[in-house]
Design a protein around this ligand. Sequence first.
Ligand SMILES: NC(=O)c1ccc[n+]([C@@H]2O[C@H](COP(=O)([O-])OP(=O)(O)OC[C@H]3O[C@@H](n4cnc5c(N)ncnc54)[C@H](OP(=O)(O)O)[C@@H]3O)[C@@H](O)[C@H]2O)c1
Length: 330
Amino acid sequence: MVYQAAADRYDQLPYRRVSDSGLIVPAVSFGLWRNLGDQMPLENSRKVILEAFDRGIFSFDNAFNYGPSNGSAEETFGQVYQSDLKPYRNELVITTKAGYHMWPGPMGEFSGRKTLINALNTSLQKMHLDYVDIFYAHRFDPNTNLEETARALDDLVHQGKALYVGVSNYTAEQTKAIAEIFQELGTPFIGNQVSYNMLNQQEKNSGLLDILDEHHAGLFAYGPLAEGLLTDRYLNGLPEDFPIHKTNAFLFEKGRDVLVEKLQQLNQLAKNRQQTLTQMSLAWLLQDQRVASVVIGTSSVDHLQQNLSFTENLTFTTDELAEIERIIQS
Ligand SMILES: NC(=O)c1ccc[n+]([C@@H]2O[C@H](COP(=O)([O-])OP(=O)(O)OC[C@H]3O[C@@H](n4cnc5c(N)ncnc54)[C@H](OP(=O)(O)O)[C@@H]3O)[C@@H](O)[C@H]2O)c1
């Protein structure tokens, strides 16, 4: 059946301008890191992606290496784009990244000129696109000079293959350094995609938000649910093989039981707000207008629908915020 997007899709979710740029993104973006892909029937991935679009999520986040098996996420997205979303291309904000391991050999990772240019050309083919809206350098490259990385990204903009560029996982200092080069080149630098969630607030005080703001760019918060920790899934305990991302690994330092106890307390606070822990976690991140969008991942239409109801309570009292801080720091 021919897909017809929901007529009221722009009434469902707030959207935000990224600083004072011309780019507007939904408060929530949909990421394809490891929840969809080759291990899941395409029809299910299609349902989740189209439900996201129907619910006002018009931004989809990929990376060359996203999977589950390396590269399959872009292919999955490309298939759904070809079959259903192509007529909506002007509305969509499609992003991808390059820098983690992509193909064999020493040039299959990081941010040298050849690597970034070949990566985006391949990603465009896999997704059946002429351009992406944002192309990110996925991680800081300690060996390639920053000018080369910035110029390669700038050239891709001049070639019409990316409308904006960004970085991901760069520290505040690294972001400042590359943003200054972009400023000299006149490159449309739009932001940094970093790990940021209620349990992992490292970027809140790192100075990154101010640096981005000074450069007319925004913060894109990935992993807002700490890979599912901030849901009701682990309130009774955490499995030994929990696949924690390296940016959140420190959460396990005091032991799993301490973390579970915190999740239980946060869950109670969310209940008092008539929200789920997940909904409260999304609302919490979006308090700061410099957070342009939070990038969620799910393989489930039900989870997506439940999570997006976070918009029913977006405000926090001073007491609630203090209580969240107390629990997180305990
Ligand atoms: N730039 C980077 O280096 C980087 C790194 C990591 C991630 N990212 C981006 O951020 C996106 C999201 O990352 P993430 O997947 O770690 O995000 P997340 O949204 O923090 O966590 C996703 C996990 O939460 C679970 N979940 C969601 N809603 C739930 C609910 N209501 N109840 C129970 N479980 C629920 C999902 O399982 P179900 O599938 O069962 O819902 C999934 O396992 C990625 O797809 C990617 O685009 C970027």
